[in-house]
Design a protein around this ligand. Structure first.
Ligand code: NI
Length: 171
């Protein structure tokens, strides 16, 4: 296994839309294992393929941070089929948006269709924390960062802070 580089805002690749996985082969399985290792190492709760520069539709997540191996989930080609209600995620964060947290308006519950890593179709009904993770990670596959869902003012302030930091790092 290998650790992958996690792309960070304002990297343009993060705006890419993932393509569906068509072939479930050894190369895909290796990428999935690398994504899992990268997520645990970060450490993060979830990781989407686009964040590591891979343009096929894959997400991995584990709300237990590796404490409970049964909580580790790999989804290929996840699609949100239904959403219900509205909630606000508290203090959402993202490995690709360092040093920024915000509340984000999200659906309260949802139904997702996907394939597991062997290609078996599955449906996930999720609410609360899991529903937020799924929305956040599936957003990545559509080129959307959680910062795109906060107010323009908050986003602009963050952008300025990051650009300033990047300039300082260049010196
Ligand atoms: Ni993220």
């Amino acid at each position: 296994m290998a650790l992958l580089d996690i792309l960070a805002y304002p990297e343009k690749y993060l705006k890419k839309t993932a393509k569906p996985v068509m072939n479930i082969d050894g190369a895909l399985q290796k990428t999935i294992d690398d994504m899992i290792e990268t997520m645990y190492e970060a450490p993060g709760i979830g990781l989407a393929s686009i964040q590591v520069g891979y343009d096929k539709s894959v997400i991995v997540y584990d709300p237990s941070y590796g404490e409970d191996r049964k909580a580790l989930t790999v989804l290929l080609n996840p699609k949100i089929i239904e959403t219900h209600g509205e909630t606000v995620s508290e203090n959402e964060g993202c490995l690709s948006v360092p040093d920024f947290r915000s509340d984000v308006k999200r659906a309260a519950s949802l139904l997702v269709e996907a394939l597991d890593r062997e290609g078996k179709p599955l449906q996930i009904e999720a609410k609360e924390y899991l529903a937020i993770i799924l929305q956040h990670e599936i957003d990545h596959l559509n080129g959307i960062l959680f910062i795109d869902r906060v107010s323009a003012l908050k986003r602009e302030l963050y952008k300025r802070r990051i650009i300033k930091q990047l300039k300082q790092d260049d010196k």
